[in-house]
Design a protein around this ligand. Structure first.
Ligand code: NAP
Length: 510
């Protein structure tokens, strides 16, 4: 059996980014194609057209000539979750017309009676696909094997996911097919499945489908092509890359994927980094364990919950009861808190911490890291928070004191830290400053943990009054650099500058 491979990129170029496009008419498709930058391939869903059967050679050639990348076609029938309601003979004839008119590929369903004959006769590469309606199907292995036997250019297996862990069997089936030489795209649909699309790439998937630039995504959970290309740097990922991930919710605006992928690229590490947003931590860690992920950055709201998944805890993380970094070890996960070390490291560049008087605003996770880290360095901690019981508790744990906000007007502090989100871009409901600028004397060191924007109102006012200021971005970069060292090892000075530059670039992108 001859297998037409879908090798449109340079040899060894890894996974290809395929934008899926759907529009009711040719004009809509043309508008989408004009905006479809950053793709290696484009897939057009003929079943989304109002009149798919009227598409002739002229239509297919016009699309090819205007598209920024080779275009392939599919026409999903209603019985496979698509919109095409016509006869099977008409559908097959339509896809044959597309193939004769220069399609880069055609995607057909495994359950079409004519699928095997189509593959045998086709002059263009054929993607053979199956879309299950429910997660974790029982016939997964059997169907995957039949697909391989049919000899398509790419075998495509798709299930919905209710949690990220639903992708585990599908990714295993995809890996098995690829190990047996069958190019494959096996991934899950839905927001909970979006991580599986990228993890599939790390194990050698031939294609990843990206969202169309105009209108709604063709399938839930698709990434934007520019995020895949510019933030995850997917074109450099190769089969066998190991992965690290960010677990949290929400994490849409996190800088971590851009920073880590840029750093892994510059230092030529065969590692990729992806965000996995989900409302619960356990299914994310179940997926991470099944896929052998090397490490996890843990962020809100999971820093406390992650502790109980750790087989071992670093002493600072154990004292704080919060981890922001998981490292895979033989026994399970080892938990660390790199926020604590980063606060100490960023401040020690400008001030002697030991015996300093420190005022911390906030009593959440970041305030907790600051209070534990700085009290361990011998600083005297005062905590101020808008609500009281939480701050009393934290003050007791670090041997500090809780005070009202107005403490700043009567007592003098060497270091003042904003560990609330006040000042963060987009939080219009908050006051612009955690406290009035006039309360600053001008000789304090002021650290604002907020890093979007980089120059907060607090930092601007503090600098105007003569204070030494430390940006939240500096702490962010230092905690990320420490995560890098925990996952990769090596020279402790290595990634700081690279990460700082990557963070600045990502902030400029918005
Ligand atoms: P968190 O656990 O949700 O705690 C937020 C704290 O801020 C709570 O004490 C909360 O008070 C207080 N707060 C929230 N809104 C407030 C308002 N409008 N007025 C007064 N107080 C308010 O969050 P977190 O993880 O500690 O993060 C806090 C900030 O630090 C965020 O902006 C985060 O992005 C930043 N951060 C930066 C880094 C870095 O590397 N630079 C690392 C971690 C966090 P209640 O207790 O009364 O709710």
């Amino acid at each position: 059996m001859t297998r037409r491979s879908l090798q449109l990129g340079p040899a060894g170029s890894g996974c290809q980014i395929c934008i899926s496009m759907a529009a009711p008419d040719e004009a809509g498709l043309m508008r989408g194609l004009a905006a479809a930058t950053g793709a290696d391939l484009i897939e057009v869903r003929l079943d989304a057209l109002t009149e798919p059967l009227s598409c002739g050679g002229h239509f297919f050639r016009a699309l090819q000539s205007r598209a920024p990348a080779p275009v392939g076609f599919t026409c999903r029938p209603v019985w496979e979750g698509g919109r095409f309601k016509g006869a099977e003979g008409e559908r097959r004839a339509l896809l044959e017309r597309a193939a004769r008119s220069g399609a880069a590929f055609v995607d057909i369903e495994q359950d079409a009676d004519w699928a095997e004959a189509f593959i045998a006769d086709s002059s263009v590469p054929v993607i053979l696909s199956h879309h299950w309606q429910a997660p974790r199907p029982v016939d997964l292995e059997e169907r995957a094997e039949r697909m391989r036997a049919a000899g398509p250019a790419i075998a495509k297996l798709v299930t919905p996911a209710m949690t990220p862990a639903d992708a585990i069997p599908l990714l295993a089936a995809g890996a098995e097919l690829m190990a047996r030489g069958q190019p494959t795209a096996a991934f899950c649909l839905g927001a909970a499945g979006s991580a599986s699309r990228v993890l599939a790439v790390s194990q050698g998937a031939a294609l990843i489908y990206a969202a169309q630039p105009i209108g709604e995504s063709v399938a839930a959970g698709q990434w934007r092509a520019e995020v895949l290309r510019d933030e995850l740097l997917l074109p450099r990922w190769r089969p066998g890359f190991s992965c690290c991930a960010l677990a949290g919710d929400p994490i849409d605006h996190s800088l971590s994927p851009a920073i880590f992928n840029a750093t892994f690229a510059v230092l030529e590490q065969p590692i990729g980094y992806l965000p996995i947003a989900f409302t619960e931590l356990d299914p994310v860690l179940d997926l991470a364990e099944a896929q052998g992920l090397r490490g996890i950055s843990v962020t809100m709201p999971f820093k406390e919950a992650a502790v109980r998944r750790c087989a071992e805890l670093d002493p600072m993380a154990a004292a704080m009861g919060a981890v922001n970094t998981l490292v895979r070890s033989g026994q399970g996960w080892r938990g660390y808190n790199t926020d604590a070390g980063a606060i100490v490291s960023a401040l020690s560049d400008v001030v002697e911490i030991s015996r300093s008087r420190v005022a911390i605003f906030g009593a959440g996770g970041a305030a907790r890291a600051a209070a534990f880290a700085l009290s361990a360095q011998g600083a005297a901690i005062t905590l101020c928070n808008r609500t009281r019981p939480r701050v009393d508790d934290l003050a007791r744990q670090v041997g500090g004191r809780a005070a009202s906000l107005e403490a700043l007007t009567t007592d003098h502090y060497d270091i003042i830290i904003n560990a609330t989100p006040i000042g963060m871009a987009g939080r219009t409901e908050d006051p612009p400053m955690p406290f009035p600028a006039g309360w600053l004397r001008g000789d304090e060191v002021v650290l604002d943990l907020v890093y979007r924007p980089r120059q907060t109102a607090l930092l601007r006012h503090a600098a105007d009054r003569g204070c030494t200021v430390v940006e939240g971005l500096e702490m962010f970069v230092r905690q990320a650099a420490q995560q890098y060292r925990l996952w990769v090892g090596g020279d402790s000075a290595a990634p700081l500058d690279i990460m700082r530059r990557a963070a600045e670039k990502a902030l400029q992108r918005g």
